[in-house]
Design a protein around this ligand. Structure first.
Ligand SMILES: NC(=O)c1ccc[n+]([C@@H]2O[C@H](COP(=O)([O-])OP(=O)(O)OC[C@H]3O[C@@H](n4cnc5c(N)ncnc54)[C@H](O)[C@@H]3O)[C@@H](O)[C@H]2O)c1
Length: 441
């Protein structure tokens, strides 16, 4: 199938490459000339593991242009993956989306015999696809949706750092289509790049939009639930929330994934999706109590980590924050735990040194000159009375085993044990002292 992908960012560029390597002819469209020239030179325009290899293997099936109209008219299906930034009220703004959809409609308006399916992949507020997006598309195209013009909503469930794997091995595909026949056409394209042929759930666009938000907010609720257990267990002599959560997760009604105490969640999706659901509920006269509690626990978790760090400071009041990206494998620092912990420590008057293998440049724009920037882990640990490991980068496995006189707070239990002499290793969610259960023979 001839496909176009509008918006070649952190999600769009991997999708374009995945589609091309599944054998489709793909034209990527972006307003940024640098992104387009990167793609045409065969270079990954964003940092994402596996993207470069996939682009190389896609060869001539993937090209890019800034000329949206030509791309639309040369293809039969368009995925729109432009930014939908959060507004002041927490809802997702449609400015870029409506601009893109209007341009797509305009291109299609001049070609009455061209059949086209527009697929909205960006995260949007429930009601957007059949509401303002549909209106903009129909207005610009000069005709209503029908046999030759269709609109679907189909989000991707991906996490940065594992976008390509998540995209090609999803638990499910969500297809939100008002017209089932078009939904089936979209499903065939989605299944073409998923070797395990996951179930395709056909929904109305608004139900698909709602399901996308619900998945993300439910997952964040599991994280905050585990951090709530952590808060309780830390005050309960001998308790360890990690062990409790691991046991709870074995109940198949619950499941172990994302049910781990430690760092708060961050990144470009989880925090804002949660806030958007609350905002949606309020706009409808209700409240999303669970989503609101989830967000409150998440914010408190960062300040709790900073408070624990402060209690372990020595006379120099020096701390290291290791990990500024919201997860390993990505340079993205948006809403990351490390940034929040570093900021809370600065507020408490602590001298903070930070390190991250990939996120330093982005973090500099947020943390500025208030912190010391370490070039490597050893420099970060040098003189630090407390080190907080906030992202489980493999680089930090040796932090607790590095000799020195300090406390290491390992949010991910990712440090190799035993800790070196002089190092006190503590885990969020574990009360001290812990009761170790002797292994049975
Ligand atoms: N990044 C994620 O983890 C993730 C996960 C799920 C969903 N999403 C959603 O996907 C959407 C895109 O996110 P992203 O992280 O890929 O954004 P991004 O900022 O990395 O990339 C967006 C790209 O779109 C381009 N663009 C903007 N307006 C355009 C236009 N009118 N025409 C063509 N190109 C245009 C930009 O130049 C940029 O290259 C958002 O709605 C986001 O919520 C992102």
């Amino acid at each position: 199938v001839q496909l176009s992908v509008v918006g070649l960012g952190k999600l769009g560029a991997p999708l374009a490459a995945v589609l091309a390597s599944a054998g489709h002819d793909v034209i990527g469209v972006d307003t940024a000339a640098r992104v387009v020239s990167d793609v045409n030179a065969g270079t990954a325009p964003v940092v994402e593991p596996g993207l470069q290899a996939l682009m190389t293997s896609a060869g001539g099936r993937l090209r890019a242009t800034t000329d949206l109209a030509t791309a639309i008219l040369a293809t039969e299906m368009t995925f729109v993956i432009v930014p939908t930034p959060s507004g002041a009220d927490g809802t997702f703004r449609l400015d870029y989306m409506l601009q893109a959809v209007t341009a797509i409609g305009g291109a299609l308006g001049g070609a009455a015999d061209h059949r086209h399916l527009v697929v909205i992949t960006s995260t949007v507020m429930p009601g957007s696809t059949e509401g303002p997006i549909r209106a903009a598309l129909e207005d610009a195209a000069g005709r209503p949706l029908g046999d030759d013009l269709a609109l679907c909503y189909s989000p991707e469930f991906i996490a940065l750092g594992s976008v390509i794997r998540d995209m090609t091995h999803p638990d499910l595909f969500l297809v939100g289509a008002a017209q089932r026949a078009w939904g089936e056409r979209l499903a065939a394209v989605l299944l073409s790049f998923a070797p395990e042929r996951p179930p395709v759930v056909h929904l109305s666009p608004v139900d698909a939009e709602m399901a996308k938000l619900a998945v993300n907010t439910f997952v964040t609720t599991k994280i905050s639930y585990a951090n709530m257990l952590a808060e309780i267990c830390e005050g309960l002599p001998g308790a360890d929330a990690e062990k409790v959560a691991a046991a709870v997760g074995l109940d198949t009604r619950i499941g172990p994934k994302y049910l781990r105490p430690g760092a708060p969640y961050g990144g470009p999706c989880f925090p804002r999706d949660n806030v958007a659901l609350s905002s949606l509920a309020r706009s409808l006269g209700g409240t999303a109590d669970v989503a609101e509690a989830t967000d409150r626990i998440n914010r408190r978790q960062a300040s709790r980590l900073a408070k624990v760090a402060v209690t372990h400071l020595g006379p120099n009041r020096t701390a290291a924050v290791l990990g500024l990206t919201y997860k390993p494998g990505t340079p993205v620092v948006e809403e990351a735990a490390g940034i929040a912990v570093a900021a809370a420590l600065l507020d408490a008057g602590v001298s903070v040194t930070v390190h991250d293998p990939l996120g330093m440049n982005a973090a500099r724009l947020i943390l500025g000159n208030g912190v010391r920037w370490a070039d490597d882990v050893a420099e970060a640990l040098d003189g630090a009375e407390v080190a907080v490991v906030t992202t489980p980068w493999p680089d930090y496995a040796g932090v607790a085993a590095t000799p020195g006189s300090r406390t290491v707070i390992d949010c991910w239990r990712c440090c190799t044990e035993p800790a070196a002499a002089g190092v006190t290793l503590i885990f969020p969610g574990r009360a001290t002292p812990t009761l170790e259960v002797a292994p049975t023979a």
